[in-house]
Design a protein around this ligand. Structure first.
Ligand SMILES: [Fe+2]
Length: 245
């Protein structure tokens, strides 16, 4: 089984469309989406509708999906995130809002060895930025592999013989997974990469070969920026896309 693992699309239609046109991506059997369809970008409806048109997708909600859906208030968000969440709430159609409201909370076990979650396995809002946070998340893992998003930072943590190692994904990387190791893996973000590389990133996971491929691609950032500015969203949401922060 070949999986496409993606996270944090954040209403970025150009990046999402470009991803879905990649040959390798078209060939997968199933998509695993780790949350945050909306928030930040200018095309929440188009992104939700494109997402809904996909077949064979296992997915869970992200913190932005939850706030835009009205399940939680934006009071814990920073001012820019709160503004864009409120903007999205006002611009999403009733039907799409209903779709957002019904997205289940993670974690979700997708097969006998993989779990998907947004922030961490034990708390959808928890950020895994460090070895300590990764080890906290790994304590709750019921499968040998867990995919998470939320930080927009592509990285892999490995737990073997009670020792955790970190492997940052910086360029095209192919990794064979061992059976005696636990893996906590973040594919990075489609809509708003934050590891100083503006190119969106994704993972193709071949569960038969237990092989993982990390990839990046380019898209029309200028077009996305123009839409964000024209929508009256905070300028930083446009400018950060070109620096990948
Ligand atoms: Fe996010």
């Amino acid at each position: 089984m070949k999986y496409l693992v993606i996270s944090d699309i954040h209403s970025n239609l150009e990046a999402f469309e470009k991803l879905l046109n990649i040959k390798k991506v078209k060939e997968v059997d199933k998509i695993l989406f780790l949350g945050d369809l909306v928030g930040y970008g200018a095309n929440p409806n188009e992104v939700i509708e494109l997402f809904r048109s996909l077949k064979n997708v296992a997915y869970i909600r992200g913190n932005h999906d939850k706030v835009v859906a009205g399940i939680e208030s934006s009071s814990l968000f920073n001012p820019v995130a709160a503004f864009s969440a409120e903007w999205s709430k006002n611009n999403v159609t009733k039907e799409n809002l209903e779709f957002l409201k019904n997205i289940e909370m993670g974690p979700k076990i997708v097969d006998h060895f993989s779990t998907i979650c947004h922030g961490s396995v034990f708390d959808e809002d928890y950020y895994v930025f460090s070895v300590f946070e990764a080890s906290e998340s790994m304590k709750s893992m019921e499968t040998s592999v867990a995919f998470y998003g939320h930080t927009h930072f592509p990285v892999m943590y490995l737990l073997r013989n009670n020792k955790i190692d970190t492997v940052p994904f910086v360029k095209d990387t192919k990794i064979k997974l061992d059976s005696n190791t636990k893996y906590l893996i973040n594919p990075g973000s489609i809509g708003q990469p934050r590891d100083k590389d503006p190119r969106p990133s994704y993972i193709i996971f071949d569960s038969n070969k237990r092989e993982l491929l990390f990839q990046r691609f380019s898209y029309s950032i200028k077009k996305t920026q123009k839409k964000i500015r024209e929508a009256g969203l905070p300028d930083v949401l446009a400018s950060r896309l070109e620096s990948g922060i």
